[in-house]
Design a protein around this ligand. Sequence first.
Ligand SMILES: NC(=O)c1ccc[n+]([C@@H]2O[C@H](COP(=O)([O-])OP(=O)(O)OC[C@H]3O[C@@H](n4cnc5c(N)ncnc54)[C@H](O)[C@@H]3O)[C@@H](O)[C@H]2O)c1
Ligand SMILES: O=C(O)C(=O)C[C@@H](O)[C@H](O)[C@H](O)COP(=O)(O)O
Ligand SMILES: [Zn+2]
Length: 364
Amino acid sequence: MNLTPREVAVAGDVPYSIHVGPGLLDDGALLARSVRGRDAMLVSDAHVAPLYADRVAAALQAARPDLRIHRHVLPPGEASKTLASFADVTDALADARMRRDATLFALGGGVIGDLAGFAAACWMRGIDCVQLPTTLLAMVDSSVGGKTAVDLPQGKNLVGAFHPPRAVIADTAALRTLPARELRAGLAEVVKYGALGDAAFLDWIDANADALLAMDDAALAEAIARSCAHKAAIVARDPFEHGERALLNLGHTFGHAIETEQGYGGLNHGEAVAVGMVLAARLSEALGLAPAADTRRLRDLLVRLQLPVDVPPGLDPERLLAHMRLDKKATAGGLRFIVWRGAGRAEVVGDVPESAVLSVLREA
Ligand SMILES: NC(=O)c1ccc[n+]([C@@H]2O[C@H](COP(=O)([O-])OP(=O)(O)OC[C@H]3O[C@@H](n4cnc5c(N)ncnc54)[C@H](O)[C@@H]3O)[C@@H](O)[C@H]2O)c1
Ligand SMILES: O=C(O)C(=O)C[C@@H](O)[C@H](O)[C@H](O)COP(=O)(O)O
Ligand SMILES: [Zn+2]
C-alpha cells in the first residue's frame, strides 16, 4: 500500500488541494505555499497545541522567515464551538492586527476547523484559511468542503458560512496521538461515504475493520484518500448544498438532534452520526424504502467498529423531534431526511411524516 503523500483536488471557483501523508506538518514549503501576506494566526485547542503547534510554527518560520506567526488556543471539545469562542478568535485577530492578506491556520479536529474557519470567513469579510486536520474525522470530512459554523443551544451549526479553505494539509502521523474514541468517531463518517454512495467501499471497510481499529497506517491512508475523493467530488458538483450535497448529511438529522439535546456534552459528533445512520436506515425501512437486512448489516458494521448504535437512555423522542424541526434541511413543507436504500444508495426525501420519525425514535 502506498504511504507516500497523496493529493486530492477539489474543483470549484477557487480550487484547492487536500494533501494527505505522514509528516506534512513539518513541510514548511507546503504550509507556506498558501500564505500571501506577512501575518499568520495558528488557531488550535489545548490538547493539540502542545503536541503540534511548535512544529507547525517552526516549519512555517523556516520557510518564511519574514512571517509573523500569532497563536490562539481554545479549550478542547464541542463545548468550544460557540459564538463566545468565535468572539475570542476575532478578538485575537484584532489584537494581532491581522489584515486581509493574513492567513489563518486551523490546527485541530473538526471543532477547531469549523470555528476557526468561520472566524476566517467573517474577519474583514473573509481571509484565507488553511485547514490542518488532526483527527480522523477532520481529515475525512470537516476540513473539506468549506462548511464552517458554531453551535447554538438551540441546534448544531446554526450560525455559519461556506468558506472553502485555500488548502487542506492532513498529516496522518498526527493520528498516532489521537484517543481511540476519537478514531472511532472518524470511522463513522468513513462508513457514511460507503453507505451513501459506494457499496464497494462499504465492503472494503467491512473487510478492513480490524486494521482500521488497530490504526494500521496503510488502511487509514486508504480510508482517508477514498473518503476525501468522495467528498471532493460531491462538493465540487454542489458546493452550497442545493441538491446532492445533502446526501453527506446521512444520519445527521437524528445525530444533530441527539447532540443538541445532550447539550454537546454526551455523544461526540461521529458517535451521534453512527446512531443517526441506524435510525435513518430504520426510518427508510418504516417508509418501505429499504429491507431490514440492510439496516442489520449497517448496524453490525458500526458495532464492529465499536460505535454506539442506540439512542442514549433518557432522551425524550418529542424533544428530539422538536430539534429536527430546526434542522437546516427542513423547509416550510416539513422535515427532509436522507433515506438509505441499501449499500451505496441514499436519497433526499421530503414530507416525511413526523409520526414515522416519532415511532422510530420510540422503538429505539
Ligand atoms: N464542516 C464540516 O463539513 C464538518 C464535517 C463533519 C464534522 N464537523 C464538525 O466537526 C466536529 C467534530 O470534530 P472532531 O471529531 O474532530 O472533534 P474535536 O475537534 O472535538 O476533536 C476531538 C478531540 O480530539 C482531540 N485531538 C484532536 N486531534 C488530536 C490529536 N492528533 N492527538 C490528540 N488529541 C487530538 C481534541 O482536542 C478533542 O479533544 C463537530 O463539531 C462536527 O459538527 C464538521
Ligand atoms: O459537508 C457536508 O455537507 C456535510 O454535511 C458533512 C457533515 O458530516 C458535517 O457534519 C456537516 O457539518 C453537517 O452540516 P450541516 O449543514 O448539517 O450542519
Ligand atoms: Zn458529520
